[in-house]
Write a protein that binds this ligand. Structure first.
Ligand code: ZDP
Length: 279
C-alpha cells in the first residue's frame, strides 16, 4: 500500500487510503506492526482515510497498540493537510467524519504553502458517565487514590477521555509511572489519556501527556483541548491559551458563543513510500 508519514508536533502517523469506512476494519490488525519503530515504519498511530458519502472524507485512527480511539487532534490536522495537498478535496474548509462525530478543520494557506490547520473540535463533554468515568457528581477536582497517594484530577472528554492533573512543577512528574497507573485506573472503564499540566500564566501552560494505548508521546491535540477546558473550569486560565508540548506549541480557544474548542497547530509531511502489510 502507498503510505504517507506525517507528524503534528512530533505526534506521528502513518496515513493510508481506503475506499470506505468499513474497509478500514481490515487494516486495524496491522496497526501495531506498522507503528512499531523497529519492526515497522514507526508511528504513534495508523490513520485510514478516504472519501465519505456524507462528509468530504472519513478518518479512522488506530493507536500503536492496535486499539481504536474516537478522535485524534494532531492526526486530524495531518489529515486535513493530506487531503488538501493530495487533491481529495479542492477547498480549505473540510468536513471529516470521525468516530467522535463530524469535525471541521480549516487549512491556512500562505503563498501556496499550508502553514497551519485550525480545527473546530466541537463541544467538550463534561457529563461524568459519558467521559466515561465511574461514580457520580462533577468531574472537576475529583479525587483518585493511587499507589503514590491521593491525586486531584479533572476529567474531560473531547470524544476521547482525558484526565488532567495540575502540578506545580512539570519537571518533577514521573510521567510514565503516574500516567500508566491512571490510564488503567478503575475510575476510567474505557481507560484514559493522562495530561500533567503546569500553569504558567492566564494564557499559557506546559503539558506532558501519557496517551491511552500509546504511552508517552511528544504531543496530544485532543489532550491540549481538554486541558484548556479543565484549566478554565478550575479558574487557572482564560479561554485562550498557548500550550507548550514536548513537540512544540498549540494554540487553543474555547469560544463562548458556540461552546466549541478551536485548535490551531502545524501538520507536516515527512516522507512517503510503500509498505506490504504483514502481521
Ligand atoms: O484516546 C486515545 O486513545 C489517544 N491515544 C488517541 C490519540 C490522540 C492524539 N494524541 C491527539 O492528538 O489527540 C493523537
Amino acid at each position: 500500500m502507498d503510505f504517507v508519514k506525517m507528524q503534528g508536533l512530533g505526534n506521528d502517523f502513518v496515513i493510508v487510503e481506503a475506499n470506505s469506512w468499513d474497509e478500514a476494519d481490515a487494516l486495524q490488525p496491522y496497526a501495531q506492526k506498522v507503528c512499531d519503530r523497529n519492526f515497522g515504519i514507526g508511528a504513534d498511530g495508523l490513520i485510514v482515510i478516504g472519501k465519505d458519502l456524507e462528509m468530504d472524507v472519513f478518518m479512522r485512527i488506530f493507536n500503536s497498540d492496535g486499539s481504536e480511539p474516537e478522535m485524534c487532534g494532531n492526526g486530524i490536522r495531518c489529515v486535513a493537510r493530506y487531503v488538501f495537498e493530495h487533491n481529495l478535496v479542492e477547498k480549505t474548509s473540510i468536513s471529516v467524519r470521525t468516530l467522535a462525530g463530524p469535525k471541521y478543520p480549516e487549512v491556512k494557506v500562505l503563498d501556496g504553502q499550508v502553514v497551519s490547520v485550525t480545527v473546530d473540535m466541537g463541544e467538550p463533554i463534561l457529563d461524568r458517565g459519558l467521559i466515561p468515568m465511574t461514580g457520580t457528581g462533577d468531574t472537576i477536582k475529583s479525587k483518585a487514590s493511587t499507589s503514590y497517594g491521593e491525586v486531584e484530577l479533572t476529567a474531560v472528554s473531547m470524544g476521547n477521555p482525558h484526565c488532567i492533573i495540575f502540578v506545580p512543577d512539570i519537571a518533577q512528574v514521573p510521567v510514565s509511572v503516574w500516567g500508566s497507573e491512571l490510564e488503567t485506573h478503575s475510575l476510567f472503564p474505557a481507560k484514559t489519556n493522562v495530561e500533567f499540566v503546569q500553569v504558567v500564566g492566564r494564557n499559557e501552560m506546559i503539558m506532558r501527556v501519557w496517551e491511552r494505548g500509546a504511552g508517552i508521546t511528544l504531543a496530544c491535540g485532543t489532550g491540549a483541548c481538554a486541558t484548556l477546558v479543565a484549566a478554565v473550569l478550575n479558574g487557572h486560565t482564560d479561554r485562550t491559551a498557548t500550550i507548550h508540548l514536548m513537540g512544540g506549541d498549540l494554540f487553543i480557544e474555547w469560544k463562548e458563543q458556540d461552546n466549541h474548542i478551536y485548535m490551531t497547530g502545524p501538520a507536516v509531511e515527512v516522507f512517503s513510500g510503500q509498505i506490504t502489510f504483514r502481521l
